[in-house]
Design a protein. Structure first.
Length: 263
């Protein structure tokens, strides 16, 4: 197998579940080959690379997930990957009322290769944070970046830190006391992986190396914990930067989302 094949096999074997350290009030459920995450701002459904279910049986499996969250009045994301089987999974999701959001690239890299001295631009400092106030400042920054209310993110981070303080490391990049970027590292106990999340940066601070500095800082934290691989679901903006740093694209991921009808 090529290096990419090895990385993809490790990803499929170790990273297809819901992950540990869920916030209080959030739990998982099983339905055949699938895992559901229930109780967060948007539900999540994920499964193995090959569901082992086809045709009418697959339609019924999809309908059960949709109906479970419909009964709760909640939206749900079915996390698909580009190499998932059966090949008509996304066609059947669409027929059941799910709609795709933006596709991202799944990248995996060696922690040892990524761990380096972070070099933020002049005037910017990196700091690890855990207080409720700082995590809500991150949500406010993300709301400005995405021009939508991201308050839920602050509460999600607060819940994750409270549930497992050693399971997540949250970093901010600050300039003049303002949060200009933020990113977090989520550990996956029992696997060789940790995940890089976040990385959004205020528009006026982009292109200055903040994102690269946050990657290096998180990689150093992962290396200190003996983590072998770092994994990222990267946007089209972030993927080229990460590939230059040594990450390898192993597949793609697309969220297929069902939302309750507007009332």
């Amino acid at each position: 197998m090529t290096d990419t094949d090895v990385l993809l096999a490790a990803y499929d074997e170790q990273m297809r579940g819901a992950g540990p350290n869920l916030p209080a009030g959030v739990h998982t459920e099983s339905d055949g080959p699938l895992t559901r995450v229930v109780g967060q701002y948007r539900g999540l459904v994920t499964g193995p690379a090959d569901l082992g279910v086809e045709g009418v049986d697959l339609d019924r499996l999809i309908a059960r997930q949709r109906d479970r969250f419909a009964a709760r009045g909640e939206a749900v994301e079915w996390k698909t990957r580009g190499h998932d089987r059966p090949a008509d999974l996304t066609d059947r999701l669409r027929a059941a009322g799910f709609a795709p959001e933006d596709r991202e690239t799944v990248l995996v890299g060696s922690t040892e290769e990524m761990a380096a001295e972070p070099v933020p631009p002049d005037g910017v400092t990196l700091r690890e944070v855990a207080s409720d106030a700082d995590l809500r400042r991150i949500a406010a920054m993300e709301s400005a970046v995405w021009d939508q209310d991201m308050a839920w993110l602050g509460e999600d981070l607060i819940g994750r830190v409270a549930a497992a303080p050693d399971g997540i490391a949250v970093l901010v990049a600050e300039a003049g006391g303002e949060v200009v970027s933020a990113a977090w590292l989520v550990f996956r106990p029992g696997t060789e992986f940790a995940c890089l999340w976040g990385g959004s940066t205020l528009a006026e601070w982009r292109g200055r190396g903040i994102y690269r500095a946050l990657v290096a800082a998180r990689a150093r934290l992962a290396a200190e914990r003996g983590v072998r691989y770092l994994q990222v679901d990267a946007s089209d903006d972030s993927a080229p930067i990460l590939r230059r740093l040594g990450f390898h694209a192993v597949t793609t991921t697309t969220p297929w989302v069902w939302s309750p009808p507007a009332t």
